[in-house]
Each structure stands twice: as structure tokens, then as C-alpha cells.
Design a protein around this ligand. Sequence first.
Ligand code: BGC
Ligand code: BGC
Length: 739
Amino acid sequence: MRPRSTSPTRRPAIVAALCAAVLTVTGLSAAAPPSDPPHAVAALPYQDAGLPVQDRVADLLARMTLDDKLGQMTQVEKDALLPQSDLAAYRIGSVLSGGDSTVSPNNAQTWADTYDSLQRTALGTPLAIPMIYGIDAVHGHNAVRGATIFPHNIALGATRDPALAQRVGRAVAEEVAGTGIDWSFAPCLCVARNDRWGRTYESFGETPELPTSMATFVTGMQGQTLGGDPASVLATAKHYIGDGGTTGGVDQGNSEVSEAELRAVHLPPFKEAVRRGVGSVMLSYSSFNGVRSHASKYLVTDVLKGELGFTGFVVSDWAAVDQLDGQTGFTGAEIATSVNAGVDMVMVPHDYRKFLTLLRGEVGAGRIPLPRVDDANRRILTKKFQLGLFERPLTNRSLTPAVGSAEHRALARETVRASQVLLKNDGGMLPLGKSAKLFVAGKSADDIGNQSGGWTLGWQGRSGPVTEGTTVLQGIRATAADPSRVTYDRYGNGIDGSYTAAVAVVGETPYAEMHGDRPGGMGLDQEDLQTLARLKASGVPVVVVLVAGRPLDIAAQLPDWKALMAAWLPGSEGRGVADVLFGDHAPTGRLPMSWMRSASQQPINDGDGKSPLFPYGFGLTFTSNPVPDPDPGPDPDPTPAGKVCTAALRVVNSWPGGHQAEVTVRNSGTAPLTGWTVDWDLGGATISSLWKGVLTVAGGRATVRNTASNGAVAVGATTSFGFTGGGTAGAPAPRCTAG
Ligand code: BGC
Ligand code: BGC
């Protein structure tokens, strides 16, 4: 349960339910203002926080009308909700802020007020089911002015420090919870295979192992248990699946890879996120061999919910369902296809009236079975109960000061310095002396917007002083012994031979999805090239700090530079860059992506036989030595190396009081299996006879071990067992353990 607020002025949801019921009867507006009777008692089982979540969900479901249920499956953009009372009138279950959705004035207080106002409206329905609010807090609570902006994921990957990623996830959750918001559409567990993709910076790295290791971010956001502490925020593993594997690195494109490659490269981070209990999964706009994720029952229901045993809910991406047929505007067929594929909540995000009409039509016509609607509701409501939303629906204002706090900014600065990757350092050019006479130039030297990148105070981000923080130049000045010995000119004008070094902070300007793809050249822009040329002409040794969302094509300019440091998109705490430039901290970052020799090498990835400019994992220290491999640490996955299996249960026949099922065991690892064990929760069902396996039942769980003849399974191959049982099988999610 989520202790979201300790405020005595908080109104329990039950009161809202009662008020609403009364108001409905008397025909008054359902949006009741809060009132605070001292001791409200839970009148109905679902309102009893002492009951198990499962029982509360069952009780609530039994009380819901079809309209209540369809509303829960609907997510609407805040700014499209007009009038706000539609939230209650249409029983809408979730609100989001898209990348350009904001509040005015933009500060944490207004966000919290906005949240509370919407939540009060949502509670004004007969059952007073709270809404859940989602936002893209993908590198800090980045829509909120004054929030701490952390480096983007590509930089977290460079740290090779999953524990640090977890701490960052926690800090972001605290800031998000401080504005009342319950849910973040993060982390992106994309494995970016082609750096032309405009979302490369949202990826922790190009190998499956790196994003998998950084799934600790999920635990940071949610805490050890969802709703177990006041700052617990529902995380989202996105975008399932293959978003980073599209041909040409095209955003929303087509991943033309074998299923074996999809499973080997793109699935592991999701598997790990599910193991960590991630509460939601967002589907990818992209297709797998021509089939959109949003239409793939196999990938969503069979693999994610079945094999991986994901028990949270699946949310569609922004307008993705209404694009399924390649045209804007919903059709009933698109909705039926995606809901039947396994989408539980649809990010509509605008035309909720039309969406609900069509959804109701599909259900009424039997094209979407009612049990599917109930399953979606069960998944969504379970997370709402676990978050503690029914008990504490409003913002916990004691968390609001966490937004942009000094503590979080210090953590962001630590993350920035841990993510700097030193790629070249001729003659020990770095670290810079603190008393050196320095000339700083470049379009990103003094620009918070540029150093933060996309998804910062707006969807695509933008250049300029978009929020509070420290620019790289300010960091340099603050670290230098005498700031008056640091001269700055954006374009490099005015430099002469008197300087010890010229620091050029150049790279990419902000972009996000769709706009960020670079199908052509991947080099520096004209302004950067001209600035660099001016610095070079002065004869002063040049140190380049590259502020960019991905490796760039810089091989032609590299010989002109004495030193090169990849700073990625560091966010609001530019001082972390200076910490490394001046040697207060030695660089320890290592490349999360192979660095191309030329754009024509894309895609270029570790182990593909191509010859990069700098290989995956490369990074220097100040002694010109490579940064040593960090201590691998304890393996989060206790299964023997390479031995991994997954299981899926399929009911092949059912009759009143009984069923027959088949369980497929797949070797999804990289080494042959020599034995396996599958177990699942019987959920009240019984097993009467089982074949091709050895059964034990204990504590309501079935455990099936391989027989002497089906324990050995080759990589990628499957085996199976079957059984007949009493009762209904429900939707068990079997777990498979190798060995
Ligand atoms: C993006 C998602 C994001 C969603 C909501 C989509 O366009 O692909 O990553 O979570 O918008 O803003
Ligand atoms: C929204 C984003 C969304 C994008 C998709 C933007 O207007 O703000 O959240 O991802 O549209 O097209």
C-alpha cells in the first residue's frame, strides 16, 4: 500500500464514493469538493485496505458496469479532456501528459494541483475508482520546470553501474510522486542497433546485456514492492519489442530479423524487467517482419504475458491503435485487433468519445470477448490497488520539495561525471590545469537546452535556457581557480595563441522520436565545423567535448583534436563535465555503443566483424590506459550462464469443471538445456493426470520437472508436457527454471 499522504486533510476514497452516490441520486454534479469526516469506515470489501488485493479487485469488478470497465481501458491526454467532468462522465481510468502537455505556471506546485483536481473529478463516480496518471519522466521529471534533469539513458549505459541507475530511478520517482503523478513511461529498454535512429539516446546500449543490467531502474522507480513506500511510481518497460532493431534505424519502422534474433537481442531486457515486477509494458509502434506489435497476439499475449509471465498491464503507444490500418482515425477493427492481441489500456489519446463508442460496439458484437475486458480490468485495477491509490488518491505534498532538490542535483552531477567517456587524450592533454588560461567555444557550451536534449520541457526539447541548472561553461568557470582566466565565445571568435587550451563543446541540438532520425550524414553541423576551424587556426590545442545523443561521424576531424570526451546528453548538471575535465574525478565511462568510422558503417555493433573507430566498451583514463572492466559483481540472474528457458501454458480443451492443457518449454538461452523445472500458481484448479513430466503440488503451486527423456533441449528448440485438470485454468503464467 502506498502511504501517499500523511495529510490529515486527506479525504478517504470511500467518502468520495458515498458522496458521489448521494450526488448521483440527487442529480447534482458528480465532482464533489472534498469534505473530511474524521472516521470513515470501509463499507464495501473493495474499499477495505485490509483485504488481499486479489479479493478487492474481484469485489470491485463484480460491481462495475460495462461502461466502468471500458473506461478503465481508456487513457486520455490531459489537454484533450474537455470538459474535465468527462473524466467522470465517461468513467475514464487514466490520464496522461504527452510530450508537449504542460501546466501554467510550470512548476511542481501547479502540476500537483492539476493532478489533485483531476483526481477529485475521477473520484466523483459511483464506485470512486481513482484515475492513474502517466507521464514521460524519461531522464528526470522532465516536463516540470525546475526538476532535476538527469543524463539520458545512453549516458547511464556508459557508467556501467546498475546500482547508480537504480538510485537515479529512485530520485526520479521521488520527483514524480512529488507532483502526485503515479506512473512514468520509463525506462526505455530498447536495444538501439542502428545509431541513425533518433531514439538512440533513450537506449542504455547496443548489446542485450547492457539494457538488461540497467533494468535496475525499474526497481528504483517502483521500490522493492510497488506501493511499498510513498515515492513508489509505476514503471513502464518500453517499447515492446524490437523498436531499436528496425531496418535503417527508422523510427516506428520494421524489424526484419529472425525470431531467434528478436529473442536473443531485444527480449532479454524485458524478461529482466518482468522478473523485477515492472507494472506496465508499452508496446512499440514498430513492426516485427511486417506485423505491428500492437496487432501481435503472439508477441503480446503468448510471449509477454504467457512465456514471460507478465502480470501487469499493457498500454498502447500514443495513437498507435488508431494508426494500425495506416490511416488516422479509429476503426472498430483496429480496436478489436489490438485489445484481442493483449492491449489492456489504450493511449487514445484525443478522441476518447469515438474510441469508447467503437470499443463498446466491438464488445457488444462479441468481437472482443467479455473475459478479455475483465482480464484487462483486473490487470489495471490490481496496479491501482497495489499503488495505494484507493487509500491515498491525492498528492503527498511532503514529497513536492524533492523536485529539483539539492540532493537530486548532486546525484545527477555524480551520474554525469560517471558517464563521461574519454576517447582520445594525446600527450596527457587532460586533465586541464585549474589555473590554465582557457578559451571555451561551441553552441552547446552555455546551453541547458542543448545539453539536455529531447524530452526536456517539451517533446522535442529545444535550445536555450529551458530550465534551471548549470551549463558546461558555468561548470568550467566554477571549477577553475580563477574564472576570469576563462574566456567564452560561442563561435570561437577572438581566440589568439595565448591560451593553454581551447575547449569546444559541440554536437547535436535537441530532437526526439520521428524528428531525430539521421538517414543521411551523421557528422557535425556547419556551425560546429566553422567554430572548430577558428580554434584550430589559432594553433591552441583543442579539447572537444561532444554533447550528442549518439556517436557521430567525426573521423575526419579527429586528427585535429588533442582530446575528445563524449559527454552524451548530460542534463541540468553540467558541472559533472567539468569535474572530469579538470581531473577532480578520473573518467571511468565506457562506450555503450560501437563508435562508427563513418556513417556508412551503420548499423555497427559489437561482435559484427566491422572495424569501428572506437569499439564498444572503449574508454580511457588519464594515464592513457583503457578504463578496466568494472567488477562484474553478483549475477542478478542465478541461472547457469547461457541456460535460460521459458514456458507457456495453453488450454487446448475445456468443459464444465475441467480442462486439458499443454505447456511448451523453450530453450531461449545460448547453451543447451540439460533439465528444466516449470512451476505455476494453480489458482484453485487441480491436476488429475499429467504426461511427459514429473508433478509435485505444494502450497497451491504445481511444479513439473522434466522426465528422463525430455530434459535435453537444444538452443532455440522446444519440448512440452500436458495434463488434464479440474476447475478452470484461469490464465496461469508458468515460470521456467533451467537445470
Ligand atoms: C512515444 C512514447 C511515449 C508516448 C507518450 C510516444 O510518441 O513513443 O515513448 O511514452 O508518446 O508521450
Ligand atoms: C506528444 C507526444 C507524442 C507525440 C507523438 C506529441 O504531440 O506530445 O507525447 O509522443 O506527439 O506523435
